[in-house]
Design a protein around this ligand. Structure first.
Ligand code: GRG
Length: 305
């Protein structure tokens, strides 16, 4: 992303924490502007959409999108649209995932999950509407000068969210409860359930990239997406509910196969570290312009929540 804008600063002058905080505030503003106001009918649905998409979350997917945009000098307009689209899809997935028919969780981002705060029917509609809004944002007229490029962005997001992406991964996950999975099976499931949207976040941000940059970020995203999930499994065992803002220990309670149950805690940690190294390797040809992607890889693998 071109960083010479009023709201962002030259990469080298800002440390990672400040950079992340600036962009977390930025995506919050963009989403607040994008989501329908709570006083527009149907008010309850709009209020519940805002409740679910605003004011929480690490915004990892948006940050990955902005970091890839920085590497590829993607325009700030495209980066904002892509970052908000992936966060809207992510918010929809969390709302649906928390419902009684799926993971049945009462707590999300430190507050009652959408169906607890509202009701099941509202939560279902919130997820549906957030998903549609994500595509509406990416389909904005004249977002890209090249219409073909914009259609490609829509396709990237559609594939990442659909039955051969996140929704498919969720279906495999639900079917795997109580069953032992091999590591390749577990990996395949997570590549779809969590990895596909993480990869889409990076690829959408890399919209303006050349072939070398796009190939590099694709390989980066593959490994960092898996690392994200391995760390998630570790945190489910090691962190507490108030730190996570969601119910800790849920995987074991639900008899879900995880990297910790498959490999053990120590080997799962070693695996996350190995995936961090693998994520960084394809960025080696790049300099300062890939700094934020490197820092995000570190953030994702070191995170405590
Ligand atoms: C319902 C179609 C459908 C899909 C749900 C992604 C997903 C599939 C469910 C989320 C359940 C879950 C806890 C998965 C583990 C990894 C994950 C996506 C964690 C939550 O993402 P974070 O940590 O959340 O980025 P924040 O709140 O920080 O945005």
């Amino acid at each position: 992303m071109s960083t010479q804008t009023s709201s962002t600063q030259k990469a080298s002058a800002v440390d990672f924490q400040d950079w992340a905080q600036q962009l977390q505030a930025r995506i919050e503003t963009v989403l607040a502007r994008t989501l329908p106001a709570a006083d527009i009918a149907p008010q309850t649905l709009h209020a519940a959409m805002r409740y679910s998409a605003l004011g929480g979350g690490k915004r990892v997917r948006a940050l990955l999108c902005y970091a890839a945009a920085e590497l590829c000098n993607t325009s700030v307009e495209i980066a904002d649209a892509a970052a908000s689209a992936v966060e809207l899809i992510h918010a929809y997935s969390l709302v649906h995932d928390d419902m009684p028919c799926m993971d049945d969780d009462d707590l999300r981002r430190g507050k009652p999950s959408c169906h607890k705060q509202y009701d099941d029917a509202t939560a279902l509609l919130v997820g549906d509407a957030l998903q549609s809004l994500a595509f509406e944002v990416l389909a904005a007229p004249h977002l890209c000068a090249d219409g073909h490029q914009q259609v490609q962005m829509l396709q990237i997001l559609a594939k990442a969210s659909g039955s051969t992406g996140m929704a498919g991964g969720q279906a495999i996950d639900l079917g795997a409860v109580g069953k032992p999975l091999t590591q390749p099976q577990l990996e395949g499931m997570h590549q779809l359930k969590t990895g596909a949207l993480i990869q889409a976040s990076v690829l959408l941000g890399a919209n303006n990239g050349n072939t070398a940059q796009i190939n590099a970020v694709r390989a980066y995203a593959h490994n960092i997406g898996l690392a994200f999930q391995v760390v998630d499994d570790i945190l489910d065992v090691e962190a507490d509910t108030s730190t996570l803002g969601k119910t800790a220990g849920k995987d074991a309670l639900s008899h879900k196969p995880t990297y910790v149950t498959l490999l053990g805690l120590a080997s799962a940690k070693a695996y996350a570290a190995a995936l961090y190294d693998k994520a960084l390797a394809p960025l080696a040809p790049f300099g300062e312009e890939a700094r934020r992607l490197r820092e995000l890889a570190s953030f994702i693998t070191q995170r405590q929540f």
